[in-house]
Ligand binder design. Structure first.
Ligand code: AMP
Ligand code: GLY
Length: 456
């Protein structure tokens, strides 16, 4: 294996010749990579990318965990000009956009239209492509047009509220109401009572989620079990990354409030080759074809939030980024050089790279602050992180205090991922190590993967 050496200022030359100790010529690929974001997903992306040949990873703004695998840069992903300055100064080759907001706000369009940024590759869709996540109404129209299985729906604004109420009367409970735009993951209401659904519809149109709910999508409720499937596409070719199951509720047994995600398991036992084949034929291929017909040049991740209803997949939602905490499980199962894969994606050469996934099962347990997803305290000193064995601890909401202690800085704090030959084995390792991590108010679910163990 070639030793990797970085020559500051030369990173733009993606390959360089170098002699090893025996005088043999070796080509070393050098890549400066910038990951935008600050959560567990970005730590997992940066962790994986840092293992690539010649990779030098920067994370903006990052957290206490990303600082272990790269260099944190104090730049907000929403400040496109600052991101540009950094890319030019640091001779960044590849930008990986973690969260959806910069994509919906047009960071890819900004890069593509700037002559100085021409040489910088960026992973993510442009503003139009990002509408798959940025507007539920756009996503539903798209699915209808390209025959992609999804729940029946009706789009409501203040102008057709009466028809919206009639649609609610025509479907069975529970009633699903979705704010059209981005609402920090909170824009979906699922209600059992018809009158309550009508009242909430009115409140949403009156600005319950600000401009995001000027339009509301009412959906038929889908039955079944959810799974997150991740596609990486260069617009022409695609690979299916490992799928995962997310655990959204705060409490064991799926009780209590919805959260950003309390754990993940990958692979998912019910994602058999036959089911995955249906997903490719009925959802992935028509989606990519639709994007092409619409003239949307999509180079990036498509996260399919799916419902498995008796072996038939339905799209609950599209996201234009990786999932969190799914990424903290998924990245540990991707084999090979991830930077190679993303570079090939940006160049439209995904068909040329070898991609493989590990047979191991990954179980991720998310440790959260007491009170989350409601009000919680920050700044709690964390201990036990140095004593972990056989797991990777991805930081989701951590920071350094003035004394350089690692402290909590978010609701979701740290995601502990273990591998095993079965869910049972990986769960055993993950929970053994979780118990070593302490901070005031710590909370986590105890049942991650239990439901799937029965299916394995
Ligand atoms: P979202 O914020 O779009 O991720 O939606 C939140 C959650 O609501 C999803 O993960 C599903 O559990 C649930 N959900 C959304 N739409 C439907 C639907 N049509 N039928 C059943 N559950 C749904
Ligand atoms: N885990 C769900 C999401 O990232 O939206």
């Amino acid at each position: 294996m070639a030793k990797i050496i970085m020559y500051p200022g030369e990173a733009r030359k993606e390959t360089m010749n170098w002699k090893d100790a025996q005088g043999q010529h070796i080509t070393v690929v050098k890549r400066n990579i910038l990951v935008l974001g600050s959560g567990g997903r970005e730590h997992a992306l940066a962790w994986k990318l840092a293992q690539s040949e010649g990779a030098h990873v920067f994370i903006a703004p990052g957290n206490a965990g990303t600082a272990q695998v790269g260099v944190n840069v104090d730049i907000k992903p929403s400040d496109f000009e600052a991101v540009k300055d950094f890319c030019l100064k640091q001779e960044i080759n590849l930008v990986v956009v973690g969260p959806e907001q910069p994509l919906v706000d047009g960071i890819v369009d900004f890069f593509k239209s700037d002559a100085e940024l021409k040489a910088v590759k960026i992973i993510g869709p442009d503003k139009r492509g990002a509408q798959l996540e940025g507007s539920k109404a756009f996503a539903k129209d798209f699915m209808e047009k390209y025959g992609i299985p999804t729940a029946k729906c009706f789009k409501v604004t203040k102008d057709n509220l009466g028809e919206g109420c009639k649609f609610l009367e025509s479907v069975k409970a529970p009633y699903v109401l979705k704010a059209d735009g981005l609402a920090a993951g909170k824009g979906v209401l699922i209600l059992n009572d018809l009158q309550e659904a009508k009242d909430e519809l009115g409140k949403m149109l009156d600005g319950k989620f600000g401009a995001a709910s000027t339009t509301v999508v009412i959906e038929e409720f889908l039955k079944g079990i959810e799974v997150s499937v991740f596609v990486l596409t260069d617009g022409e070719h695609y690979v299916l990354l490992p799928e995962a199951k997310d655990y959204k509720r705060i409490g064991d047994g799926d009780q209590g409030l919805n959260t950003g995600g309390m754990g993940a398991v990958s692979p998912v036992p019910f994602c058999t080759p036959e089911f995955l084949n249906r997903i490719e034929e009925r959802i992935v291929k028509p989606t990519l074809k639709g994007l092409k017909v619409e003239g949307i040049d999509y180079k990036g991740f498509i996260f399919l939030g799916l419902m498995n209803d008796g072996g038939n997949p339905y799209v609950i939602e599209y996201n234009v980024r990786m999932g969190d905490p799914e990424t903290e499980a998924v990245m540990t199962r991707i084999e090979g050089d991830f930077a190679d894969l993303l570079m090939a994606c940006a160049d439209g050469r995904l068909n040329e790279v070898h991609y493989a996934k590990s047979d191991k099962t990954a179980v991720t347990v998310m440790m959260v602050s007491g009170g989350y997803p409601e009000a919680y305290k920050k700044g709690m000193i964390m201990s036990g992180l140095d004593s972990l064995k056989e797991v990777v601890a991805f930081h989701a909401g951590t920071a350094f205090d003035a004394e350089k202690n690692v402290v909590t800085s978010g609701g979701r704090v740290i995601a502990v991922t273990a591998h095993g030959d079965s869910i049972e084995e990986a769960r055993g390792i993950a929970y053994r190590e979780v118990e070593k991590i302490h901070f005031e108010g710590v909370n986590y679910r105890h049942d991650i993967g239990l439901d799937l163990m029965k299916m394995q």
